[in-house]
Design a protein around this ligand. Structure first.
Ligand SMILES: C[S@@+](CC[C@H](N)C(=O)[O-])C[C@H]1O[C@@H](n2cnc3c(N)ncnc32)[C@H](O)[C@@H]1O
Length: 256
């Protein structure tokens, strides 16, 4: 086993951000600015594979979702698709699912999308909150997930510690995020991710910046072995990573 160095990367650093506060502000403004086109862009730029990733991640936690009265928190929920995938996997069971995000505009979309589910009382709840400072008592949730959101936190260690704090003992965590595939597929993918995606994203969203930030943030994010080491030092007793679609994305799992 190679020795694992502790990552020097503290957290996300959008261009122009000089400290964690300004990084968080820049991230919030960025997602607020693309909120109206966020869903469309997600599906177009991922060729709809995003839906498979959310579903696969949600299916992993069926044993938790099937537990009557389970409490689930989806961090950085954005427009809610991970929370909806969890809701669908839960079937007739009705765990309490709460989506949290600090962008009001993204949450507004999540709320609008859940209007139909709200009629039969099975919609997730939505809360405007910072993932680094959750308004939740400790040891409260059975499952905490985050899809493509954790990478944007201004402090990854602090984010992991906050997840550990709100999880009950034995509770589980699932962090779905982009990775960097290797080999020939990786080379091809990098051309798409670094050259094509930023251009198409900027064109459709009409906003310059966020879609150049995306590949830069993935490049900066700790590699799987570093992330797993960080999870363990934050207090997870078990930690594992499962690559999705050649490692273009992957699911980190941890148990408190
Ligand atoms: C790429 S989107 C992911 C949305 C959704 N989970 C999905 O899979 O489509 C990232 C989301 O993380 C949110 N976010 C980033 N940092 C956050 C923080 N510190 N607290 C709460 N939300 C945060 C952003 O506002 C944005 O909605």
């Amino acid at each position: 086993m190679p020795e694992i160095r502790k990552s020097a990367v503290v957290g996300a650093a959008p261009e122009g951000a000089s400290d964690q506060l300004s990084a968080a502000r820049a991230v919030r403004e960025m997602f607020t600015s693309i909120a109206p086109r966020y869903d469309l862009l997600n599906h177009v730029l991922s060729f709809n594979v995003d839906r498979l990733w959310w579903r696969r991640a949600a299916r992993t936690f069926r044993h938790v979702l099937d537990r009557p009265g389970a409490r689930v928190l989806d961090l950085c929920c954005g427009t809610g698709d991970m929370a909806f995938a969890l809701r669908r996997q839960a079937g007739k069971q009705a765990p309490q699912i709460l989506g949290a995000d600090f962008s009001h505009a993204m949450l507004q979309r999540a709320r609008a999308k859940s209007a139909e589910l709200a009629q039969n009382g099975s919609a997730p709840g939505w809360i405007e909150a910072d993932a680094l400072n959750l308004p939740s008592p400790g040891e409260h949730f059975d499952l905490v997930t985050s899809a493509f959101g954790f990478r944007n936190l201004a402090d990854y260690d602090a984010g992991l510690r906050e997840i550990v704090r709100v999880l009950r003992p034995g509770g589980e965590c699932g962090i779905l995020d982009f990775g960097e595939p290797s080999g020939a597929i990786g080379s091809l993918y990098r051309v798409y991710f670094k050259q094509v995606l930023p251009r198409v994203g900027t064109w459709i969203s009409g906003v310059r910046g966020p879609y150049a930030y995306l590949p830069a943030s993935v490049e900066r994010f700790p590699k799987p072995e570093e992330m797993l080491a960080q999870m363990k030092s934050a207090g997870f007793t078990e930690a594992a990573w499962t690559p999705y679609t050649f490692g273009i994305a992957g699911l980190y799992r941890g148990r408190k």
